[in-house]
Ligand binder design. Structure first.
Ligand code: ADP
Ligand code: C5P
Length: 244
């Protein structure tokens, strides 16, 4: 069509018709519960599928001048700590089949990079992990499958101390103080209640291969249905184009 609109046979129109929204999986759980580990295992098990991984951690908002001057008083475990609007936009961009730009966050400085972003390509499966993914309405309503990783509190605290001292440049005293003042109260206020929003609660210590297998199976079934939908969509709109 000369008017710039898409003709039934044009590649743009085809791409539109072929596109089915990605299957979005939300994975929540307390700090150091093993969310990232579950994601890694799911991605390995889903080998061959196009999977995009997004972490709520990437969407920590920038701190104000005042917060910067007293960083130990900042609560990083409440909804207000995150740029939820930006996250929702990224998820919607991926759902439209477009490339999303995700902020880069540095846990050592507690700052968002001003120079770089991470490009996330559109995918068939989007995995979104983070402490408040099943609490925030903006993420909850965008997830097609909701998983809660359930790990003993003592195990989580021990892992958190090890991780934050080794990887995030903190000292043990500061980690314990932050945990007592902010992390544990927020876990009880927001994260633990959000377990009720989960479709699947995965008991997690070292691993849980049965749970990972079952979840993978479910995703593959859903992807198969998406594929059928794609075929039916094409059959429904293509008869006139197929004759030419
Ligand atoms: P989350 O994403 O929920 O914060 P991670 O999967 O990143 O949790 O795990 C938190 C920390 O615990 C990481 O430092 C990780 O290396 C460590 N960890 C995870 N699983 C195990 C395990 N089975 N044994 C020992 N340490 C573990
Ligand atoms: O990976 P995990 O789910 O543990 O990440 C969330 C945790 O990161 C929160 O419990 C929060 O206290 C911590 N955090 C931090 N410093 C920041 C940002 C987040 O300790 N600058």
């Amino acid at each position: 069509a000369g008017d710039g609109s898409l003709s039934p046979k044009s590649p743009g129109r085809r791409a539109c018709l072929n596109r089915v929204q990605p299957f979005v999986i939300g994975i929540a759980g307390g700090t150091a519960s093993g969310k990232t580990t579950v994601c890694t295992q799911l991605m390995q098990a889903l080998g061959g599928q196009r999977v995009a991984l997004i972490s709520l951690d990437e969407f920590y908002r920038d701190l104000t001048e005042e917060e910067c001057s007293s960083i130990t008083d900042v609560n990083f475990d409440e909804p207000e700590a995150f740029d939820v609007k930006c996250l929702a936009n990224c998820l919607d961009t991926l759902s439209k089949g477009e490339l999303a730009q995700v902020p880069v966050y540095d846990f050592v400085t507690s700052r968002r990079s001003t120079t770089s972003v991470r490009n996330v390509a559109p995918a068939d499966v989007v995995i979104l992990e983070g402490i408040l993914v099943l609490h925030l309405p903006e993420t909850l309503r965008r997830c097609h499958m909701k998983i809660f990783v359930d790990t003993d509190d003592d195990v989580r605290l021990a892992r958190r101390i090890r991780r934050d001292t080794v990887e995030r440049g903190r000292d043990v005293e500061a980690v314990i103080q932050q945990y007592t003042r902010f992390v544990k109260p927020s876990f009880e206020k927001y994260i633990l209640p959000s377990r009720n929003n989960a479709d699947v609660v995965v008991p997690w210590r070292e691993s849980n291969t049965v749970a990972v297998d079952l979840i993978t199976q479910h995703i593959r079934t859903k992807l198969g249905m998406h594929e059928l939908l794609r075929i039916f969509t094409n059959l429904y709109v293509m008869p006139s184009t197929m004759q030419t």
